[in-house]
Design a protein around this ligand. Structure first.
Ligand SMILES: [Zn+2]
Length: 71
């Protein structure tokens, strides 16, 4: 039997993302591992769905999603 070593579960790298709502053009900043659906602050369009881990980006989000580095 293989000796069980202490395994560090690699945490999925979470970050703050910045994306533009294609519907109204508003830039929204949200957490990549948000536990609730991400809605556009301006028009309420769902930009990303919660998925238990990383959110799933929807088509309502402009192609380019920036990753914001937090110090
Ligand atoms: Zn919007």
């Amino acid at each position: 039997m293989v000796k069980k070593e202490r395994v560090f579960t690699p945490k999925p790298k979470s970050a703050f993302l910045s994306g533009t709502c294609v519907k109204c053009g508003t830039e929204n900043v949200f957490y990549s591992n948000a536990t609730t659906d991400v809605k556009c602050k301006q028009c309420g369009e769902i930009l990303a769905y919660k998925s238990g881990g990383r959110v799933k980006l929807t088509d309502s989000l402009a192609e380019e999603v920036k990753r914001l580095d937090y110090a």
